[in-house]
Design a protein. Structure first.
Length: 276
């Protein structure tokens, strides 16, 4: 018994033919990630996309995104990041009824057939690169956790609620609501994981009595430089995504899947013996 959830994040899709930052075509990277998800030996029950789906939140960008996500046959769950635009996201994905029409894109859905619950938090502060969780958003979470107290919960959000030591990203991180969120989570041990985007890297941290993580981008990564004054820069390290697997209370684990063409697979053994 297990529930598999693929996490894609920070796609930064532009209009066809447009380059991110004037030099990077992110579209082929997303197509490769979609293909990699399809090639997984075990099919994910859902794909959760944790924000920065597009670069500027434009209708043509979302149309391009929708075309590239179309081959995925499992349920898709979208949430906005600081590069997105809530209203346009809803218009472009109007058939995704879970996006709702309230002030924030926060929703609750079941994942798979074994009781895993997805709760999403909208950290977007319109017009700003940083994130926040106001009292209204946190009250919604408290109500949902009370309603689903007996269920395993996966929380998804864009801005991570912890410091990463990548200075320029922490300065545009979750600048309001992290402490309150930690207090809420600490009172709910059924929260199995908090999955985030924004950082374009795999990072893990203890947070609120559970584990919080960020995932890599299927395109470009943020440079790993922990100097407080490090430059804001990206690098074409190997792209990837996360595959989260839940197999029972307290048993949520995460695999980092690298996207690309690699030599292999090759056997370790021949005739039952380690190859010498």
């Amino acid at each position: 018994m297990k529930t598999l959830v693929a996490q894609l994040t920070d796609l930064h899709i532009r209009e066809p033919g447009r380059l991110a930052y004037g030099r990077l075509d992110t579209a082929p990277y997303l197509r490769a990630a979609v293909q990699a998800i399809h090639k997984l030996p075990q099919r994910p029950h859902a794909v959760v996309l944790t924000g920065d789906l597009t670069d500027f939140g434009r209708a043509a960008e979302y149309a391009h995104l929708a075309e590239m996500l179309a081959p995925l046959s499992m349920p898709l769950y979208l949430l906005p990041g600081n590069h997105d635009e809530r209203a346009q996201l809803r218009r472009s994905f109007a058939h995704h009824a879970y996006l709702g029409d309230s002030e924030f894109v926060q929703y609750s859905v079941g994942l798979g057939d074994h009781g895993l619950r997805l709760l999403t938090l909208d950290t977007v502060e319109p017009g700003a690169p940083h994130g926040r969780l106001c009292a209204k958003r946190l009250h919604w979470l408290q109500d949902q956790l009370a309603l689903h107290r007996g269920e395993p919960v996966l929380i998804a959000m864009h801005h991570p609620p912890f410091e990463t030591l990548i200075g320029h990203m922490d300065r545009i991180g979750l600048l309001e609501g992290a402490e309150a969120l930690a207090e809420i989570l600490a009172a709910h041990p059924n929260v199995e994981r908090v999955i985030c985007g924004h950082l374009h890297r795999t990072i893990y941290s203890r947070f609120g009595g559970t584990v919080a993580s960020t995932a890599p981008s299927p395109a470009h990564q943020v440079c790993l430089d922990l100097a407080p004054d490090a430059a804001s820069a990206w690098i074409l390290e190997p792209p990837g995504f996360h595959l989260h697997a839940w197999s029972g209370p307290g048993r949520m684990l995460t695999h980092v899947a690298t996207v690309g063409a690699f030599d292999g697979p090759h056997p370790f053994h021949d005739g039952g013996m380690l190859i010498d």
